[in-house]
Design a protein around this ligand. Structure first.
Ligand code: ASP
Length: 413
């Protein structure tokens, strides 16, 4: 076979096919008129951290030998010279599915401004297209799940996400998943998925604090680093992770701790479990709680979750609110003061409630154990904040209404 010399230069542009599957196309660098276009197909064998970045590598090769599929030209047709320079993607890139749900990372507003924007505006394909460097990390498939402010995420979206990941994870070609999400409720979605996805493959959630149109938007770097983690073998089996501002967090402990800071996502007293630097992934800790393949929760055949209301306590709050919440809920989470405490008025109402009541704290750090409980038969939230205690209680109620069994779940998960 006649040897062909083709120079393939990653153009940095991204073309989208009809069903959201994105392939990265390369342009020829041949000087004269031919229009060689190469579609780079990559296999799903290794992680990004293991992948050697190749740039403009000169290789003498034949069309059959190269991993790039060269279309619209043949050796005979091309006017390229008989010696060829090939810059091809490594054959070893994995495949990561990016599921977009909206949030500030997809937000658009006044140029340069950080506030007053419209979240959930850019699509999954827009987000991916803004980061040509992803071509060095993984083949990306984009899926638009919804495009909302994360305060409008619902149990329907959670169940859809879990079931989609569970279905896609059976595909051996897919190495991991990234979900783009608003930061307000990111921790709740992360914890829900941590308890309901049935795969060891990495599932990473990310977002941003600044919209795409602000100065120094943080979304592209957060998404890039998330794909690096999702493509990393080191992330396999670690449960659902959140990647934000170079740090990796476990879904169970991650929480939002600032209304504006680009480092608004943290895990308070338990800390991050790893870091990402220039695409390389470093883990130092991992969650010891049951997660993903090791949970009893199954959302494959349900379309909604039991209703749980979180009721805050503050000085002089009217305990009648508790009665109203209980009438409209299958379970209650109290965001108590200190170690889950509240007034005598709250105690009297809670004593008579006939639905499971979980006691958490409005503080944000620290644990609540059964010895702290003011009302017998209530359930201690361990160190889960109220919003995450609500996630676990909703899932627990799909299994049992027994307070003792639910208490066990709060220590296991
Ligand atoms: N309100 C936005 C959201 O949660 C905030 C963000 O994404 O940072 O969707």
């Amino acid at each position: 076979m006649k040897k062909t010399l083709v120079t393939l230069v990653l153009a940095g542009s991204i073309f989208f096919s009809g069903c959201s599957l994105i392939t990265l196309e390369t342009n020829p660098k041949t000087s004269e008129p031919e229009e060689t276009v190469a579609t780079v197909e990559s296999s799903a064998e290794t992680s990004s951290a293991e992948t050697t970045k190749e740039t403009e590598k000169t290789t003498e090769t034949t069309a059959a030998e190269t991993s790039a599929t060269v279309s619209e030209t043949t050796a005979a047709e091309t006017t390229a010279p008989s010696e060829t320079t090939v810059s091809e993607q490594p054959k070893t890139l994995g495949k990561v599915v990016v599921l977009a749900t909206g949030g500030t990372i997809a937000g658009v507003g006044d140029a340069g401004k950080s506030a007053g924007y419209k979240p959930g505006t850019l699509t999954a394909e827009d987000l991916i297209g803004a980061i040509p460097e992803l071509a060095d990390v993984a083949e990306i498939e984009a899926v638009q799940v919804c495009n909302v402010n994360s305060d409008d995420i619902t149990d329907t979206v959670w169940i859809e996400l879990a079931n989609k990941i569970n279905e896609l994870s059976k595909d051996p070609e897919i190495d991991g998943f990234v979900i783009t999400h608003g930061t307000d409720t990111m921790e709740e979605t992360a914890y829900f998925l941590n308890l309901t996805v049935k795969t060891d493959k990495p599932v990473v959630i990310t977002g941003s604090m600044r919209p795409s149109t602000s100065i120094s938007a943080d979304g592209p770097m957060n998404l890039y680093e998330s794909v690096c983690v999702a493509a990393s073998r080191d992330a396999v089996g670690k449960g659902v992770l959140v990647v934000f501002s170079d740090l990796i967090f476990s879904a169970r402990t991650v929480t939002k701790t600032s209304t504006y800071d680009v480092m608004a996502i943290s895990a308070r007293e338990t800390g991050a479990c790893g870091v990402v630097r220039d695409g390389a992934v470093y883990f130092y800790e991992q969650s010891v709680k049951r997660h993903t393949t090791d949970t009893e929760f199954d959302v494959s055949s349900i379309s909604s979750l039991p209703k749980v209301s979180v009721v805050y306590f503050s000085v002089d709050m009217d305990p009648e609110i508790l009665k109203y919440a209980a009438e409209h809920s299958d379970g209650i989470v109290i965001a108590g003061a200190g170690a889950g405490e509240f007034s005598e008025g709250y105690i009297e109402v809670i004593k008579d409630l006939k639905i499971p009541v979980v006691i958490s704290s409005r503080i944000g750090d620290g644990i609540i154990i059964p010895a702290n409980l003011l009302v017998e038969g209530t359930i201690a939230a361990d160190n889960l904040p109220p919003q995450k205690a609500a996630v676990l209680l909703r899932l627990a109620l799909t299994k049992t209404k027994d307070a003792g069994k639910i208490q066990d779940m709060f220590f296991e998960y």
